[in-house]
Design a binder for this molecule. Structure first.
Ligand code: 5RP
Length: 218
């Protein structure tokens, strides 16, 4: 089975967590796109969807699904999103698609975070995938120097501006053996909006598409 089919399998399994009347947070990326398409087919009578990016909002709208503003909802019962890496404690690296800041906000507003991915995202520890860090353009060079002091090797993501008007530094070489500490340390650098470590708000449920079927962990 190809990777895309495994992503679709995980995304379709996430429908089990959606109940009529809910407000549902929706992630960004190719796996989340499969989830949106599954929602379009399932036609569950939810209250609406809070998107984590402009792209996700547009895809939801194109399928006639009701998009809500996070400022108009209370806490969200469930958030469904993909990941670039998942560790055994459900801590994640996200932001391959550059939507990490809004993704973390919606995930943090959610009572349950269901992470959907193909099984290649399952790792014994975090750190193979370059860590995305969203940075105010004004602070790019300063933040890059601070990331070097933390042991990282940052590179500017080419021709990319986030939905919030910012740049992304992709950082390799950081020691992520204590993901909570590194998440906080990077976010304390002035000019950083957020980084792609999801350890303070990790996933609650992980659904992995694999050739043997969907692996469910909670
Ligand atoms: C976007 C993300 C995505 O969830 C992550 O990059 C996984 O993407 P895909 O589902 O395309 O493999 O964090 O910012």
């Amino acid at each position: 089975m190809d990777t895309d089919a495994l992503k679709r399998m995980a995304a379709e399994a996430a429908l089990d967590y959606i109940q009529p009347g809910m407000v549902v947070g929706v992630g960004t990326g190719s796996t989340s796109n499969h989830f949106i398409d599954a929602l379009g087919r399932a036609k569950i009578s939810v209250e609406g969807y809070v998107p984590s990016s402009i792209g996700t909002a547009e895809r939801l709208k194109s399928l006639g699904l009701r998009v809500l503003d996070l400022n108009d909802t209370g806490d969200i019962p469930v958030y469904v999103d993909g990941a670039d890496e998942i560790d055994p404690h459900f801590r994640l690296i996200k932001g391959g698609g550059g939507a990490l800041t809004r993704e973390k906000i919606v995930a943090s507003a959610a009572r349950r975070f269901v992470c959907i991915a193909d099984h290649s995202k399952d790792h014994a520890k975090l750190g193979s995938f370059p860590l995305p860090v969203e940075v105010l353009p004004f602070a790019r060079s300063f933040v890059a120097r601070q990331l070097v002091k933390l042991g990282g090797n940052p590179s500017l993501r080419n021709s990319f501006t986030s939905d919030n008007g910012n740049v992304i530094l992709d950082v390799v070489g950081l020691d992520l053996s204590d993901p909570v500490a590194m998440e906080s340390k990077i976010n304390s650098i002035p000019g950083v909006l957020d980084n792609g470590i999801f350890a303070l708000r990790r996933a609650d449920v992980v659904l992995l598409g694999s050739p043997e079927g969907v692996i469910r962990r909670s």
